[in-house]
Design a protein around this ligand. Structure first.
Ligand SMILES: NC(=O)c1ccc[n+]([C@@H]2O[C@H](COP(=O)([O-])OP(=O)(O)OC[C@H]3O[C@@H](n4cnc5c(N)ncnc54)[C@H](O)[C@@H]3O)[C@@H](O)[C@H]2O)c1
Ligand SMILES: [Zn+2]
Ligand SMILES: [Zn+2]
Length: 374
């Protein structure tokens, strides 16, 4: 069938993207779903920094690639062997497909699925196939999803069936920002009620982490960004203290304000300067968690002795250490109860044709979550 989709042909074109137009909206041919695959009508897809990192070359991927990985839609058709989803089901996409058979999957760590990581890097579906074509050329999938498109074929193992009551633009963000941010707090760090927390980088992931910290009972939540607008937003969502990390004294100021640092600091900006702040404001005995995905050449360093003599913990968090099939429905239930108001992260809704302008807004740190609606 023919679809309209957002395709990136070249890495690293300069901003502003409204001018350089790295993403072209093209008419592509989409194959029917193969064995274990599902055709989904995409209804909403969020703009995530991980898309931007492919556009700007921080996360190099094979070209051309149809972008978009944080999405929700409706099942249209199921391929051979798919017995537990049917047309009409509402689904959210997970950005790491889990095979269910490799050791990490069997250990309950699907975010680390080995075939999932391999096929995501190669730009294919979990089956190893690519189902989208532009004229004679086969296009790569982004994170097994490619959701800036009116339809997508994805692996069954990339889909989570969700409550059909939640509007698509709101449920889409559970697929990436929410599971990553909330999961970092409740799964990776497993913060205790009453603990003190800092979030460095207040985009969709960081603000989700902030909401997770509120829900998990953090007593103090320090929010840090380079953009004052984000600090204001963080206060509305429950931050108790805010600091602009453009201030060269930010680490000292936060350590003073918190009596020596916080129990848990989360780096959610995806840049080394933010990681330096997060590590610097973690107290003795505390834990620093990073969700950021900077360019593989960018190194983070710290005095090794602090790790030892201060009994520090440093943790990475991918997909919020979530089991998406378990955690997305759990987080949606908390949203329905008003205890995880992630709809407040939605800055704006865009049409597919406005996507380059949308990435300019995300790159400037002006928007929390922008969602393309179909
Ligand atoms: N670990 C995962 O599973 C996972 C999932 C999704 C996204 N990510 C990554 O998480 C990061 C954040 O994603 P997002 O979509 O929320 O990004 P975003 O662009 O929406 O937000 C990033 C925020 O960080 C702020 N920032 C930039 N430099 C800073 C600094 N030095 N100090 C403090 N704040 C700073 C920006 O102003 C912005 O508000 C990216 O690196 C993204 O690739 C990881
Ligand atoms: Zn994402
Ligand atoms: Zn696996």
């Amino acid at each position: 069938m023919k679809i309209r989709a957002a395709v990136l042909h070249e890495l690293g074109l300069p901003a502003p993207y409204a001018k350089s137009k790295p993403i072209k909206i093209e008419t592509l041919e989409l194959d029917p779903p193969g064995r274990g695959e599902v055709l989904v009508q995409i209804k909403a897809a969020g703009l995530c920094h991980s898309d931007l990192s492919v556009i700007n070359g921080s996360r190099p991927r094979p070209m051309p690639m149809a972008l978009g990985h944080e999405a929700a839609g409706v099942v249209v058709e199921v391929g051979e062997g798919v017995t537990d989803l049917q047309p009409g089901d509402h689904v959210v996409c997970a950005f790491v497909p889990s095979c269910g058979h490799c050791l990490p999957c069997q250990e309950g760590r699907p975010a680390l699925c080995e075939p999932g990581a391999k096929t995501n890097t190669e730009g294919t579906l979990l089956s190893g196939e690519r189902r989208i074509h532009l004229n004679e050329e086969t296009v790569h999938h982004h994170l097994g999803v490619s959701a800036f498109a009116d339809h997508a074929v994805v692996s069954r193992n990339s889909l989570i069936k969700v409550d059909p009551e939640i509007p698509f633009d709101k449920v889409a963000v559970f697929g990436c920002a929410v599971i990553t941010g909330v999961g970092a707090v409740v799964n990776t760090a497993q913060i205790e009620m009453g603990s003190t927390v800092a979030i460095v980088g207040l985009g969709g992931v960081g603000l989700s982490a902030l909401l997770g910290a509120v829900t998990a009972g953090a007593s103090r939540i320090v929010a840090v960004d380079v953009n004052d607008g984000k600090l204001e937003e963080a206060r509305k969502l429950g931050a108790t203290d805010t600091f602009n990390s453009k201030d060269p004294e930010v680490v000292t100021l936060i350590r003073e304000a918190t009596g020596g640092g916080v129990d848990y600091a989360f780096e959610t900006a995806g840049v080394v300067p933010a990681m330096n702040v997060a590590y610097g404001i973690t107290k003795r005995g505390g834990t620093t968690v990073t969700t950021g995905l900077p360019h593989p050449d960018h190194l983070f360093s710290f005095p090794q002795v602090t790790l030892t003599a201060e009994e520090r913990t440093l943790k990475g968090s991918y997909v919020g250490s979530c089991v998406p099939a378990r955690d997305i429905p759990r987080f949606i239930e908390l949203y329905k109860q008003g205890r995880l108001p992630v709809d407040k992260l939605l800055t704006d809704r865009l049409s597919l044709d406005e996507i380059n302008e949308g990435f300019d807004r995300l790159a400037k740190g002006e928007a929390s979550r922008l969602v393309v609606v179909f």
